[in-house]
Design a protein around this ligand. Structure first.
Ligand code: SF4
Length: 895
């Protein structure tokens, strides 16, 4: 049994990998105590080699490591010589292990001398980093996960934890069930997280600063401040309160500003004022904002005003999106930071880092944050770019502009595990060892450092990122400084730097880990920082900033920060783009789906990028639930499938961030998202892009089944999901099928080898066309098109036939769309429980027929919700909806 850590979200769940390859939650890991969500539970299914990058490539041809690394080093050397070090840039990843991150930063900032190394964590939690630094003097998360169980009031702000941090949500739900934790959700959307909420404040998008400014005013006006604590431990309260009063002078004014009922706002303020153990958990709805840092500080201000910080069950707790966003912060992963929580702004820090590394040319100034970095690539200031472990061509705002920048960049290196939207632009592709294939550490949202351990060999010639970075450094003449033999070597150096000339001024100190032997590093148990030298073993759960030590600021006091209100888009919205687009995650997918998009069952919950709108907004535009619509912003456009969602706030629309153009014609949604950034953190606004939506009439629909995935292009909509022996594409078009339908068009979609045999059927009167291609008598591809859904068979049965021998009567049955015995059983409907493939229709039938009323009964009857629990909020909603429909006067929480 090998213990390791989940590679997805910032919860940082511990895993156990058995000798047979099965993966379960680690019962001893303090993040999850054995729990996993659907994504974590499906990790074993992501390990197939498939189309992994296995060998270095130069210009699309296979190359050896030496040739590829020599070329990278030569081009970097020439670029620096001709244009200076700032013409070289790196764009790295919160998926990196800390050791990868450390080496990348040391090479870029210390030796090449460019500050231009930023990370996709800029898009994730840079605003939290800056909020912490402004308030506390250092990027410190004061609390820990144990506070979830100890809080009496838990506030989720801009966080759909039920889908994005599912295991923490499960801990919160369990705490509520055990001792009645009161829960408030602050989010423009009613999300799955609201299932266990006592109160949901569906505020106007971007109104968080006003809401917490109003809370600060309320605390001041209702004698709920901790005046002694403010006086002894903080500075700047009066200015922050004065600014808050300008924004939110009264409850009525604040409620009007936020467009929520004043009574609900007053209830929340009262609960906060009267509940000592109050925990505020916040995530991307706060961070991914052009006012993200102010939002963070508006929250922290209220905790400082009540002295509720760093003590059991209370404080602000930022939930990081990525598995190692926190580890990146420790090594200076952001372009604007130095390693080990040191700062470009302090000359002594720069000198200390340079001396520790023996760095010849430490970057003189911070580099460019992500959005500005890709602008610099586009403008030609950056001439050599190395992208590691991330996919900016799909995930960056204004993605089309980023693609143009990559296409125009003279030298692009991409290291990754799989081909991606970004690797298409690379001059050199380097195959990276992935999760389960390399060693290192990650740090989760509660500052807990956990080991990721290798449990399988890397395929082909794939290597860890730190190795390739060190090899390039060696070729550039810095062999001694990058002579690492292992991840353990790097970790020891990283730990030593954290303690180097650290007299306690920097709380990030893991000096006690600097002398770990290789065996001790290998066995390292999860541990929260700080772990300075010469301390007794740290407590199981560490809180910071609540004790007598004070804050790591110049005067030892925390700072209140005035937070004037700035809307992401000043109301009212222009009539030409009257809706605000919010982007975010769905339950079972991760980032741009390079890993989760390979697991059929993770696409059963959401198989395409649904564009969610309130039914009233949609119907006013003549849209149909399940129909197509064109969505346009200033930056791009996409045709998407519309989903009516009554929980969506009117005027706001939502689209998932995951689908790239490898999975759908509608991806990536970031092609539509603008490039506005927070002025303090540089984090882009991903939650409020003005868009216009217009109906698109569907003239035909259909599906394509293929053994091999293929890029599709044309004036039609498609979305791909993996199936057992291939890929299924749902298709829909808005031009007459007769305009598209030609032998060449059909041939391009089916794209089978020459020796393939084509079977075709056409009924032009009903607009129905069916094709199947057999290769060596086996079904290789089929294409079904029809003017109406009624003329399309259920594709599940045909999908099950892919790669099967088709002989005799089965050939005619094939085009009838009804392979013998393939559709036995009732249609399960859209899958809700991914672990046991339980669909909505199955649930509805069981609830109605067997009179099921509780989650426990559903679990016993269908197993739904009994494994990872990620679907339990939706199961609760389905039960509640059934109760309301059966008896319109009853709505009680399920348990
Ligand atoms: Fe992985 Fe899910 Fe745990 Fe996040 S909550 S670390 S995705 S298992």
């Amino acid at each position: 049994m090998i213990r390791t850590t989940c590679p997805y979200c910032g919860v940082g769940c511990g895993l156990q990998v058995a000798a047979d390859g099965s993966i379960t939650g680690d019962p001893d890991h303090p993040a999850n105590f054995g729990r996993l969500c659907a994504k974590g539970a499906a990790l074993a299914e992501t390990l197939a080699i498939g189309d992994r990058l296995m060998f270095p490539e130069i210009g699309g041809r296979r190359a050896g490591w030496d040739e590829a690394l020599d070329l990278v080093a030569a081009r970097f050397r020439a670029t620096a010589a001709e244009h200076g070090p700032d013409a070289i840039a790196f764009y790295v990843s919160g998926q990196f292990l800390t050791e990868d991150y450390y080496v990348a930063n040391k090479l870029a900032k210390g030796f090449i001398g460019t500050g231009n190394i930023d990370t996709n964590s800029r898009l994730c939690m840079a605003s939290s980093v800056m909020g912490h630094i402004r308030a506390f003097g250092e990027d410190i998360v004061p609390g820990c996960y144990e506070d979830i169980e100890l809080a009496d009031l838990a506030i989720l702000v801009g966080s759909n934890a039920a889908w994005c941090h599912p295991v923490l949500y499960q801990r919160l739900a369990a705490a509520r069930a055990a001792h009645g934790t009161r829960i408030v959700v602050i989010d423009p959307r009613r999300t799955a997280s609201c299932e266990i909420a006592d109160l949901h404040l569906a505020l106007r998008p971007g109104g968080d600063v006003a809401l917490f400014a109003g809370l600060l005013v309320y605390l001041a006006d209702h004698a709920a401040l901790d005046a002694a604590w403010i006086k002894d431990r903080t500075t700047g309260f009066a200015a922050a309160l004065a600014t808050a009063r300008q924004t939110a002078p009264t409850i009525a004014a604040t409620a009007a500003l936020l467009d929520i009922p004043a009574a609900d706002l007053a209830r929340f303020y009262d609960w906060f004022a009267t509940t000592e153990r109050t925990l505020t958990l916040y995530s991307q709805g706060v961070n991914q904002s052009s006012a993200g840092t102010d939002k963070v500080n508006a929250i922290i201000n209220c905790h400082l005003a009540t002295g509720r910080i760093g003590r059991p069950g209370m404080g602000p707790l930022s939930l990081t999106g990525q598995p190692n966003a926190m580890g990146g912060r420790e090594v200076g992963g952001l372009a604007t930071q130095l390693a080990a929580h040191m700062s470009f702004a302090r000359p002594a820090d720069r000198e200390r880092v340079a001396r520790f590394w023996g760095a010849p040319a430490l970057a003189a100034r911070p580099g460019l944050p992500a959005v500005a970095l890709f602008d610099a690539v586009r403008d030609g200031q950056v001439k050599a770019l190395w992208v590691l472990g991330t996919n900016p061509a799909a995930s960056m705002p204004r993605a089309n502009r980023v693609r143009a920048a990559l296409a125009g960049c003279p030298f692009v290196v991409v290291s990754d595990c799989w081909p991606s939207d970004t690797s298409r632009f690379a001059h050199v592709v380097l195959p990276a060892a992935g999760w389960g294939e390399k060693d290192g550490t990650v740090t989760n949202s509660e500052r807990r450092i956990s080991r990721q351990r290798a449990f399988r060999p890397a395929p082909g010639e794939a290597r860890p990122d730190w190795w390739m970075l060190a090899e390039v450094a060696r070729r550039l003449g810095w062999a001694n400084a990058f002579s690492y033999r292992s991840a353990a070597d790097i970790f020891r150096e990283h730990a030593a730097l954290s303690a180097f000339e650290n007299d306690g001024a920097r709380r990030f100190d893991i000096g006690a880990l600097a002398e770990l032997s290789d065996a001790e590093y290998d066995a390292l148990a999860p541990v929260q920082w700080p772990v300075p030298r010469a301390t007794s073993p740290p407590a199981p759960s560490l809180r910071l900033l609540g004790g007598a030590q004070g804050f790591p600021t110049a005067d030892g006091r925390a700072n209140f920060v005035p937070t004037p209100l700035r809307w992401p888009v000043e109301p009212p919205l222009a009539a030409s783009r009257p809706l605000l687009l919010n982007t975010g995650r769905v339950r079972d997918q991760w980032h741009t789906m390079t890993r989760t998009g390979r697991v059929p069952r993770l696409l059963l919950h959401r198989g395409e990028p649904l564009f969610e709108m309130h039914p009233d907004d949609a119907e006013a535009l003549g849209l149909h639930d399940g129909g197509l619509a064109r969505v346009e912003s200033r930056h791009g456009a996409a045709v998407m499938r519309i989903r009516f969602v009554a929980d969506q706030r009117r005027g706001s629309v939502f689209a998932p961030m995951h689908w790239s153009d490898a999975f759908s014609s509608a991806g990536p949604i970031d092609a539509l998202v603008g490039g506005a950034t927070d002025p303090v953190s540089g984090q882009p606004e991903l939650k409020a892009t003005p868009v216009r939506v217009t109906a698109v009439e569907t003239r035909w629909r259909g599906f394509l089944l293929r053994r091999r995935a293929t890029p599709l292009a044309g004036a039609f909509y498609w979305a791909r999901v993996p199936v057992a022996e291939g890929h299924a594409y749902d298709l829909a078009g808005w031009t007459p099928l007769s305009e598209s339908l030609s032998d060449a068009w059909v041939g391009a979609l089916l794209d089978a080898p020459r020796q393939a045999e084509l079977i075709a059927f056409a009924d032009p009167g009903r607009g129905a066309f069916r094709y199947a291609r057999l290769v060596d008598g086996r079904l290789d591809a089929c294409l079904f098109l029809a003017a109406e859904d009624a003329f399309l068979p259920d594709r599940r049965g045909l999908a099950a036939m892919l790669d099967a021998a088709v002989e005799g009567a089965a050939r005619s049955q094939l085009l009838a769309g009804l392979p013998a015995g393939s559709l036995a059983g009732d249609d399960p409907g859209p899958i809700v429980c991914a672990c046991f493939a339980v669909g909505l229709k199955t649930l509805q039938r069981a609830i109605a027929n067997d009179r099921l009323t509780t989650l426990a009964e559903l679990g016993r009857a269908l197993r739904a919700g009994t494994n990872c629990g990620s679907c339990r909020p939706e199961l609760g909603e389905i039960l509640a909806r059934h109760r309301v429909e059966a008896s319109p006067h009853a709505r009680e929480p399920a348990n």
